[in-house]
Write a protein that binds this ligand. Structure first.
Ligand code: NAD
Ligand code: UFG
Length: 341
């Protein structure tokens, strides 16, 4: 089986490509490298002892996509390619809608022309918006995310639902990720943010390695047990395995058509203070921090109801918080400047 992975050179994509190769799938990666390095794929190939076809290109380039589907007999598509910085999306909404929504339309059109109907989409817990109570469960109505980034994910989920209504062959899966962290235990691939990290763990890891002075903990006065925000952090290798489980499920369920959404999370909320503690315990490093004002748009706490994926996909996030911290540090300390190290 040949799988097209858009955005496969990125953080979650590269770990998923490795899991796919290790599970016997052939992989073609399509990525414009706007937020990644081809070195990630070289390392994935070394780790897997197997090769990946790489095509550099943009998902908004329809002729390149058409040529891609002509060149490779693709069985299914896993679609990671997107811009993902929540704050930046409020400054550059048009770029986010162009890339994430228009880009996905181009991809779905090219798939339709090529008669490829199996599609796995990188969605996000952000689609539940502010309206829904926690824990989030897949039966909830989609909410209204506060950022254009989040809105782009809701829009694509809507597009998928409509495509499924019009095309009786369409088999779509929307994977709603919670907070992926960590890295492959080899320390060879991991998250390599450009500039100042937006996300918690890359920031903590850069403080530990001496690239940043101290962490700002955004808000210590939330209505949570210790006053900091709570999230559902899962190991990126569990998330990668979740994609393989979803793909296996799609392929096995020959009768299935339509769209199915799955939360990929642990089901357990963890606070920012608890993350700092866990990182210090696992690595022996001390993380200097200040408690800073709240960050606009942050919700106090959200986590997954993770039962559906467990029952239907036979998948659950099994790696511990300690493993997430150790693997983050192994990657960061071996690659202080990411793939440029
Ligand atoms: P990433 O930036 O590391 O990976 C995205 C990849 O897509 C990059 O390699 C980038 O170069 C590529 N890309 C972007 N626009 C493209 C385009 N127009 N054409 C071709 N390639 C393009 O991000 P990630 O953390 O690996 O996220 C992957 C997916 O998961 C994204 O869709 C993101 O929105 C979603 N997601 C991420 C998180 C998270 O916390 N990391 C949470 C929920 C959902
Ligand atoms: N945080 C800090 N300091 C930092 C960075 C983050 O205190 O320097 C806090 C945030 O305020 C938040 C928590 O750490 O309480 C987690 O923040 P992240 O930015 O790591 O993650 P978010 O929960 O804000 O968002 C992430 C992804 C989104 C996705 C969402 C749900 O970035 O793309 O999870 O999946 F939509």
């Amino acid at each position: 089986m040949k799988i097209l992975v858009t955005g496969g050179a990125g953080y979650i994509g590269s770990h998923t490509v490795l899991s796919l190769l290790n599970n016997g799938y052939e992989v073609v990666v399509y990525d414009n490298l706007c937020n990644s390095s081809e070195v990630s794929l070289q390392r994935v190939q070394q780790l897997a002892g197997n090769t990946v076809e790489f095509v550099q290109g943009d998902i908004q380039d329809k002729s390149a996509l058409t040529a891609l589907f002509k060149q490779y007999p693709i069985d299914a598509v896993i679609h990671f390619a997107a811009l993902k910085a929540v704050g930046e999306s409020t400054q550059l909404p048009l770029a986010y809608y162009q890339n994430n929504v228009h880009g996905t339309l181009c991809l779905l059109e090219a798939m339709q022309v090529a008669n490829v109907h199996q599609f796995i989409f990188s969605s996000s817990a952000t689609v539940y918006g502010e309206e829904n109570a926690v824990p989030y469960v897949e039966t909830m109505t989609l909410g209204t995310p506060s950022s254009p980034y989040g809105a782009s994910k809701v829009m694509v989920e809507r597009v998928m639902a409509d495509v499924a209504l019009a095309n009786a062959q369409f088999k779509g899966v929307s994977l709603r990720y919670f907070n992926p962290i960590g890295a492959h235990p080899s320390g060879q691939i991991g998250e390599d943010p450009k500039g100042i990290p937006n996300n918690l763990l890359p920031y903590v890891a850069q403080v530990a390695v001496g690239k940043r002075d101290k962490l700002n903990i955004f808000g210590g006065d939330y209505p949570t047990a210790d006053g900091s925000c709570e999230r559902d952090y899962l190991h990126v290798m569990d998330l990668a395995d979740g994609h393989v489980a979803a793909l296996d499920w799609l392929i096995k369920n020959e009768q299935f058509t339509g769209v199915e959404a799955f939360n990929l999370g642990t089901g357990t909320p963890v606070s920012v203070f608890a993350i700092v503690n866990a990182f210090e315990q696992a690595t022996g490093k001390t993380i200097a921090y200040d408690v800073a004002p709240r960050r606009a748009g942050d919700l106090p706490a959200f986590w997954a109801d993770a039962n559906k994926a467990k029952i239907q996909l036979n998948w659950h996030a099994s790696r511990t918080l300690q493993q997430m911290m150790e693997d983050t540090w192994n990657w960061q300390s071996n690659n202080p400047n990411g793939f440029d190290s």
